[in-house]
Design a protein around this ligand. Structure first.
Ligand code: KIV
Ligand code: ZN
Length: 500
């Protein structure tokens, strides 16, 4: 079985995403996570770029991680020395090789470029570091010249050559052909680095591996210069699940890693992003949900399960919901409904969906309870009397809640990273139950600063069961608290009923 190594450049090319600059503490968190994930090489940065970048690469090099640490350098002595001084295991050198870049940027002869590249490789190797050589804009470089320069650095002792599709113009077929030719011509391992200008970065990386590339350069969530790079998650899972090509990635940490980078980069992934997106394993259509409830691989790839990537499967309610889906969710939550009741519940859910409403689990439970005649009046066991939230510059966000819990007056307070976080912590404290808020999402449903915010939370109860709830209002703190209180009220009611 073929094994491909993974070279992650989230901290270098990923940081070239317009608007991103990771502070040192973020870089360290990401590097540790990439190490946990099992990437073979972490490109920690471009040490010669700034003093801060040098410090960051040096610090990451000395964290004692299992992954090798690489630093980027142009083919100039100062850059290479900066990388070596930053204690990297590998210096990744690059120089333009395409006609357009040579003419407009470096203005050197082709022979001179080869000569400088060879000298750089020899210099790095004489300092005991590994060396990767990138012919920048390789996919727009004449193939004969590419072969010549890669052969020259191979003879100079380079450890691996990289084939960058710098402006993302390759296509899978062209990439396959190019890598096949280079593979036949060279003995050193080949790496590929694909940009996503036409949305083909993952497909091109995949084609390169099938053609014989030994290493894939990727970034978490596909972030990077312009439209980004090939996404680590997608490349790895295509190789693992479809092609049976191994990597050293512990795939169960993919979602966790993606979420960390999403949070630290501020670049939110769309819900339909493959592998790690919120909807990657969610089923809304009744037909699909029915199939998945019986056998997940009916409407999922099967060769890739949510557990394999650290995700979870969700059956989501909406206007396409089916009876089986509703029945299953109700049964899992302990409701026993007969056929008549199910028909009525089903119609109400469809009606909500038709009116453009997301149907949370709590909406479904409330509908079911009303139809089953279990809720004759509002049975709120918690009623919030007063909430005070303090936040501001240089103030730790703090929330104080006065509430009536089972007829008893209670006061709790909590601090958090923001006013919503503090309030939600105070609410969970108030009810003294081991519930966890595992997901939190806020949508503005009207425009302007007076927009109505709709908050969706996923709560995990003491038994590890997840369910969704909603709150809405113009005050985001109150809407958030409402969503959680609604969920807690439901949990309490359920508990009381079970004890009856
Ligand atoms: O896209 C590119 O060519 C690069 C090189 C530095 C490898 O990022
Ligand atoms: Zn790049």
């Amino acid at each position: 079985m073929k094994t491909v190594t993974i070279f992650d450049t989230t901290l270098r090319d990923g940081e070239q995403t317009p608007g991103i600059s990771f502070p040192l503490s973020y870089k360290i968190q990401i590097a540790r996570q990439l190490d946990k994930l099992g990437v073979d090489v972490i490109e920690a940065g471009f040490p010669a770029a700034t003093k801060g970048e040098f410090e960051a690469v040096k610090e990451i090099s000395n964290l004692g991680l299992n992954s090798k640490i690489a630093g980027l350098a142009r083919i100039v002595k100062e850059d290479i020395d900066a990388a070596l001084k930053a204690d990297v295991d590998m210096v990744h050198i690059f120089i333009s090789t395409s006609k357009i870049q040579i003419e407009h940027t470096i203005q050197k002869s082709r022979d001179e470029i080869i000569q400088l590249s060879v000298e750089a490789v020899e210099y790095i190797k004489s300092h005991g570091a590994e060396c990767m050589f990138s012919a920048m804009d390789a996919t727009r470089t004449e193939v004969e010249y590419l072969k010549q320069i890669y052969k020259a650095v191979e003879e100079a002792g380079v450890d691996i050559v990289n084939v960058p599709d710098t402006v993302g113009v390759a296509t899978p077929f062209k990439m396959y052909e190019l890598i096949k030719q280079l593979r036949e011509h060279l003995s050193v391992p080949i790496d590929v680095h694909c940009h996503n200008d036409f949305g083909l970065a993952v497909a091109n990386t995949y084609a390169a591996v099938i053609a014989g590339a030994n290493q894939a350069q990727v970034t978490v969530n596909g972030i990077g210069e312009r439209a980004g790079n090939a996404s680590l998650e997608q490349v790895v899972m295509i190789l693992h699940a479809i092609e049976n090509v191994r990597t050293n990635i512990k795939t169960e940490y993919l979602v966790e890693t993606s979420k960390l980078v999403e949070r630290l980069s501020g670049i939110k992934m769309p819900p339909n992003t493959p592998i790690i997106g919120e909807n990657a394993f969610s089923h809304e259509s009744g037909i699909h949900a029915h199939g998945v409830i019986r056998e997940a691989s009916t409407f999922e790839p099967g060769v890739m399960t949510p557990e394999m990537v650290g995700h979870r499967r969700r059956i989501v309610l909406g206007k396409h919901a089916g009876r089986h889906q509703i029945q299953k969710i109700l049964e899992d939550a302990g409701y026993e409904v007969d056929e008549d009741m199910l028909t009525k519940i089903f119609e109400r859910v469809k009606d909500m969906g038709d009116r453009g409403k997301k149907v949370t689990d709590l909406d479904l439970f409330t509908i079911a309870e009303v139809i089953m005649g279990e809720v004759k009046k509002e049975e709120r066991v918690i009623n919030v009397d007063e909430i005070t939230v303090i936040t501001g510059n240089k103030i730790t966000p703090t929330a104080v809640i006065n509430a009536d819990v089972f007829g008893e007056k209670k006061v709790t307070s909590a601090i958090g990273v923001g006013p919503v976080d503090a309030s939600l912590k105070a609410v969970t404290e108030l009810v003294g139950r081991k519930i966890k808020i595992t997901e939190f999402k806020m949508d503005a449903i009207t425009g302007g600063s007076d927009a109505i915010a709709e908050v969706y939370v996923t709560i995990e109860d003491e038994d590890g069961k997840n369910f969704t709830s909603r709150g809405a209002g113009t005050d985001i703190v109150m809407a958030s608290i409402d969503a959680v209180i609604n969920a807690v009220n439901y949990l309490m009611r359920r508990k009381m009923r079970q004890n009856d």
